[in-house]
Design a protein around this ligand. Structure first.
Ligand SMILES: [Zn+2]
Length: 212
């Protein structure tokens, strides 16, 4: 059964090909459509990776309001007092705060399920490491973990907590991980495929109009 979506895109593709092969039947290309393809996108340019989703970010210049970031579940709203503000720094701080709020809580929950005791959670900005477990039983995380899908965040937490039982990556260790994160192999692949995006710095530009 043909679904409507693919029929529509097939038609579009067919028309595009026809335009290329027989441009005369379509007349001169409309300037608006050709410039649209080369010009930088006007909207949807600013994105924030959070919880595995690439969310839209909008910048507002609001001189009378305190600077800050509000996430409504879909869109990041970034409020600057002037156009010279630093929206990337504000969002980075928002992600750090969110990591500090969420990761210790999740770690506590998983530690109880697994039945292990840790000392404390330490948030770092590790550039090459997402997480680690110290001899003092501290669980260290890069705040950047918060950019990952929650299920991958859980896998990393479980990974570290299971090291409190097995300080190695032996077969018994992975059996324990699998018990609490059955799809851990998929999560490891996700991490491998997306590490560049996770370690990439937040980059938000202020729109020329000052508001969009
Ligand atoms: Zn490990």
């Amino acid at each position: 059964m043909a679904d409507t979506q693919s029929v529509v895109s097939d038609v579009k593709l067919f028309l595009e090909r026809l335009k290329k092969e027989m441009p005369e039947i379509f007349g001169p290309a409309a300037p608006s459509s050709s410039s649209q393809q080369t010009a930088a996108p006007v909207t949807g340019e600013n994105k924030v990776l959070y919880n595995g989703d690439l969310a839209e970010a909008r910048v507002y210049i609001t001189p009378d309001q305190e600077e800050g970031v509000a996430f409504d579940g879909n869109v990041f709203h970034i409020y600057l007092q002037t156009k010279e503000g630093n929206p990337s720094a504000l969002v980075t701080q928002w992600l750090r705060d969110k990591a500090a709020e969420v990761l210790p809580e999740k770690t506590k929950t998983w530690a109880e399920k697994i039945g292990v005791a840790y000392n404390r959670v330490v948030l770092k900005d590790q550039r090459t490491l997402w997480a680690s477990c110290s001899a003092q039983k501290n669980i260290n995380y890069s705040y950047r973990i918060i950019k990952m899908p929650p299920v991958v965040q859980d896998y990393l937490i479980i990974h570290e907590l299971c090291h409190l039982v097995h300080m190695n990556h032996g077969a018994e260790y992975w059996q324990l991980v699998e018990q609490f994160s059955p799809d851990y192999k998929l999560h490891r692949r996700w991490l491998n495929d997306n590490k560049d995006a996770i370690f990439e710095e937040v980059h938000i530009t202020v729109p020329p109009s000052g508001e969009e």
